[in-house]
Design a protein around this ligand. Sequence first.
Ligand code: MRU
Length: 346
Amino acid sequence: MRTVDWYNGKVRMIDQKLIPWSLEQVEFDSYQAVANAITDMTVRGAPAIGAAAAFGIALAAQQTPGTTASELIENLRPAAAYIRAARPTAVNLMWAVDRMMAIAQNEQASSADDIRALLLAEAQRIADDDVAINKRMGAYGAELISDGDTVLHHCNTGALATVDYGTALGVIRAAFEQGKKFHVLLDETRPRLQGARLSAWEMEQLGIPYDILPDTAAGYYMQKGEIKLCLVGADRVCSNGDFANKIGTYQVAIMAKEHGIPFYTVAPTSTVDLDLHSGADIPIEERDKAEVLAPYGHALVPPHFHARNPAFDVTPNRYLSGIVTECGIIRTPFVENLKAAVGERR
Ligand code: MRU
């Protein structure tokens, strides 16, 4: 079952708010509802958000009046702006919307209906490519894992964070499919618990040995010499290799360096934003404090208590051993090597 797909003229998604307690799909018949599902994290994870956005534009094109290409394109602009604003940090969202709008703009000579069909085909291509790219990254990255290793992972980067298969968890999955014997430690990832709820659920499905860790425990196991490798995903990688990922990634990176543990991010080139030259420029989402005070509605403290809830942090490139992409494992110098990888994709 794909995390997001097109079904009967609607956008269908696994409702990630319900996992691990129940596996249910929800269907959306308006682009506004698709954008809201991105905002409320029914669908989350940078590549899955990108695919959802692409299907959202395809859906908007079906809903939008217009008989000529230029009418349709004009009418699609508000939908593109609305979907783009659903979440600020994962650049896959903007990448997908821009790619979809470019398809429409390049087809000015076609009829509006032709463009509607092309947009749907393009969204399907983005989704299909995502799965193929994840498998390629898995094949490249699996060489980083050896028999007997313990691998630390942060947040959820698996099938649920993508259309299928996963990025960092895709590497773990590929190594497991190759028959390697290793153990995974999953940071629980407060406040939304993507590690405990989603990554652990995926490990259960795949039969990969794992333990959930309180976020505060990673340093303890690094100090004991148990952790041999850290793998995380990314929401936006800058041209110099600085990258944003789920809050808490930065402290994992610092601890890994202190203990001499290799630390990799696994990200498709659609997550690379060559227009941003340093992590300081990445917009970081601040979410509702209720997610900290009362995760999933379970009050930990009275609701009037104060809290902050940054959803992402930025890890400077100096902590990175490398970036696993569909073009191979990229190492320093990141500026040259990322540019070449993105060029190869184009
Ligand atoms: O807030 P989320 O759950 O969308 O954050 C997800 C992450 O930070 C992932 O690590 C990242 O999107 C990469 S997913 C392959």
